[in-house]
Design a binder for this molecule. Structure first.
Ligand code: HDE
Length: 700
């Protein structure tokens, strides 16, 4: 059934492995051929309520009507207070064994060991029904079902956080959420309360730089990095400890949308990211990420190279501490049921396994409280670990009795320890039996509400981030700041944020100020920062194109053999070709016949990573085609045409000798190779100056 749905959905490449709908073994099943009540009573009719005569009132006696409606009335649970909008997938993590010297955690230490995982991606600010492509931080939460217990790595796609102390979390979230009076704007940071908060709490500056950069609008979940943010403590078999930062590196490369594209997608396809995730998995182009760690000495200072590792607004540049790759995550199965899995999954930073411990980072410390607490409201009680998606894949014997929705039938009469009745079981597990025994760490100091002095540096890494970006990425960042601040009503907030930017970089501040029509204040940005090239997403050599979509514009007379050849080449590389024609149906006949997957009415440029016009396509000045081509051109995507398809590009105003425009007489090796290269580069950024008046990089 799943594969039938798949081909109807998007016509994408058939899966290499059949996708089957999987109901977890430990789930309660919906089974039997007949419709029943919740008590298993078979029902002859669920379309008519029981009435006193055909035209009479409904009888209270209709227990089926009441059960059906009552259940419906209670179908919703509270959405997550943050990260409400999300999409998830099942997968497998395979260890490279390269972390063996630093951690005893089995799932990381043993080469080749495979662990089942469930990953949920999310936006932070929007409600459950908000759009995917808004400018926001993305959640990247991974549940590892290890044999030593569940480990959750609840990370983001931005390696630093807004605040240094968890006690401010309700405040930053209140500021980012819609205004309490009108409840607008939805899923946006472009409003007064957000910028009021971040301009007053300048520790947010580094995070804001990332959010205003292209990182705030990822191309897809497949092309997004992930970070554990905090420093964690790893413990080796020998007992030796190190501090680490976790990284997820997408195999498909790190790519983003451009802002106009993100805005269009929010209207045209609000499910842009979740659709991409599900479609890629259906098509067998499984999203993959390598897990990496930066290993830093645990010498008691909780700092490295002058960077405070307890401060979650700081990164350790990869050039200073390289990322060691320790395993690969492959997402290979879509959830069977959104509610049961994606909605009910419960992550918690306190889900740890032997060999992985937390540090004193005050943000992490508050999270350790919050994630358990929030599930009590969201999932209705303390037994959420028994929900099928959350159930550990190892023996559980917790002596936790009763409570709402208790599914376990506990044997025994002595739920306490020690006892003399139930054979004194369960018994405590020492470290050698995989018991979780924290490394003793000295804790001392007066009880104070205060930060260490090192937390006072709010700007130097923001400066480093800006100066590490390529010119086009800086332009995007300036535009994002100008757009967001331009949406604020309060002049004082804009002026205060300009003061903040003046402490980051004078050029940045001047350009944003110019865009807002305000004077640029003079600040004292750090001048001695060393850029970190790893922070830029722009690539100069082409990456893989698996999962990319190529839209091919064609009409009834187009060169079908050429399309077939292009499709064959693309499919081999894991990319997808979709034919776009004026009307639906089939084009051509015989072995080169093409199914029209999009018509000019249903296609929009945001769906495609490249748009190509097939040779011999009938000339047209259809305004929707012109829009499609011009948008793809403006968004610096690969564009191409073969044969007389070039005339259509020219007629649409496409500059044929612009970077990233691939032309050929026919679909031959040269043509496909150039197209694959252009796609592999993600965007032709050299074209930006042609298409964006503001894209001229700042002098120097
Ligand atoms: Fe979260 N966060 N968070 N957060 N967070 C939640 O837990 C919280 C923080 C992150 O897909 C909530 O189950 C506090 C940092 C992700 O289900 C809640 C603080 C990072 C997800 C919560 C933080 C994250 C959440 C809401 C400051 C990146 C989605 C629902 C101390 C490292 C998980 C829930 C999913 C979700 C609290 C800060 C990532 C309320 C108090 C830093 C990816 O418990």
């Amino acid at each position: 059934m799943a594969s039938r749905r798949k081909s109807a959905r998007n016509g994408s490449t058939p899966s290499t492995e059949p996708q089957t709908e999987v109901v977890p073994e430990n789930a309660l099943r919906q089974e039997g051929e007949f419709l029943t009540t919740a008590q298993g009573l078979r029902l002859p009719d669920t379309d008519h309520s029981l009435k006193a005569g055909q035209r009479g009132p409904t009888l209270l006696e209709d227990f089926h009507l009441r059960e059906k409606i009552t259940h419906f009335d209670h179908e919703r649970i509270p959405e997550r207070v943050v990260h409400a909008r999300g999409a998830a997938a099942h997968g497998v993590f395979e260890s490279y064994g390269t972390a063996k010297d630093v951690t005893k955690a089995h799932f990381l230490a043993e080469k080749g060991r495979q662990t089942q995982v469930f990953v949920r991606f999310s936006t932070v600010l929007g409600s459950r029904g908000s759009a995917d492509t808004v400018r926001d931080t993305r959640g990247f939460a991974v549940k590892f079902h290890t044999e030593e217990g569940t480990f959750d790595l609840v990370g983001n796609n931005i390696p630093v956080f807004f605040i240094q102390d968890g006690i401010k979390f309700p405040d930053i979230i209140h500021a980012g959420k819609p205004h309490p009076d009108r409840e607008i704007p939805q899923a946006q940071s472009a409003h007064d309360t957000f910028w009021d908060f971040v301009s007053l709490h300048t520790e947010a500056t580094h995070h804001v730089m990332w959010a205003m950069s292209d990182r705030g609008i990822p191309r897809s979940y497949r092309t997004m990095e992930g970070f554990g943010v905090h420093a964690f403590r790893l413990v080796a078999d020998s007992g030796e400890t190190s501090l680490v930062k976790f990284h997820w590196k997408p195999v498909a490369g790190i790519h983003s949308l451009v802002w106009e594209e993100a805005q269009i997608a929010a209207g045209v396809d609000p499910d842009f990211h979740r659709r991409d995730l599900a479609d890629s998995i259906d098509a067998g182009a499984f999203p993959e990420y390598e897990l990496g760690i930066q290993v830093l000495p645990d010498d008691g200072s909780d700092s490295f190279d002058g960077i405070d590792l307890l401060d979650p607004t700081k990164i350790v540049p990869e050039e200073v501490a390289p990322v060691r790759l320790i395993g690969k995550l492959t997402l290979n199965r879509n959830p069977t049921n959104y509610f049961a899995e994606t909605e009910q999954v419960a992550f918690h930073t306190g889900h740890l396994v032997p060999g992985i411990e937390v540090t004193n980072d005050p943000l992490m410390q508050a999270r350790l409280f919050s994630y358990l607490d929030t599930q009590l409201t969201r999932l209705g009680g303390p037994n959420f670990a028994q929900l099928p998606i959350n159930r550990p894949r190892c023996p559980v014997n917790d002596m936790f009795r009763d409570g709402m929705h208790q599914h376990a039938v506990h044997p025994g009469t002595a739920p306490y320890r020690p006892n003399s009745i139930d054979a004194c079981l369960p018994r405590p597990a020492p470290a050698e039996d995989h018991g979780y025994v924290q490394v003793p760490r000295p804790i001392e100091g007066p009880a104070v509400r205060a930060n260490p002095v090192s937390f006072d540096d709010h700007f130097s890494q923001a400066t480093m981030f800006y100066r590490s970006l390529s010119p086009v990425e800086r332009v995007h960042l300036v535009e994002a700041f100008t757009f967001e601040l331009g949406k604020c009503y309060e002049q004082a907030i804009k002026e205060r944020e300009l003061l903040v930017l003046s402490m980051v970089d004078a050029d940045l501040c001047e350009q944003v100020a110019a865009g807002l029509g305000l004077p640029a204040p003079e600040g004292e940005p750090a001048n001695d920062v060393t850029p970190s090239p790893a922070l830029s997403q722009v690539i100069t050599s082409p990456g893989p194109i698996a999962g990319r979509k190529i839209g091919v514009v064609a009409s009834a007379d187009a060169d079908m053999a050429g399309i077939t050849a292009l499709r064959a080449e693309a499919t081999q590389l894991g990319a997808v070709v979709q034919v776009i024609a004026p009307v639906g149906g089939l084009l051509g006949r015989g072995r080169t016949q093409q199914i029209v997957e999009r018509t000019l009415l249903t296609a929009r440029s945001i769906e495609f990573d490249a748009v190509v016009v097939a040779g011999a396509t009938a000339p047209t000045n259809d305004v929707k085609l012109v829009l499609l081509l011009q948008e793809a051109f403006r968004h610096c995507k690969a564009i191409g045409a073969w044969g007389t398809g070039q005339d259509i590009l020219r007629a649409a105003g496409i500059v044929l000798d612009a970077p990233g425009v691939v032309l050929g007489k026919k679909v031959d090796d040269d043509f496909t190779a150039s197209l694959v290269t252009a796609l592999g580069l993600h965007r032709a950024w050299d074209r930006a100056e042609l298409v964006m008046a503001s894209a001229v990089p700042p002098a120097g």
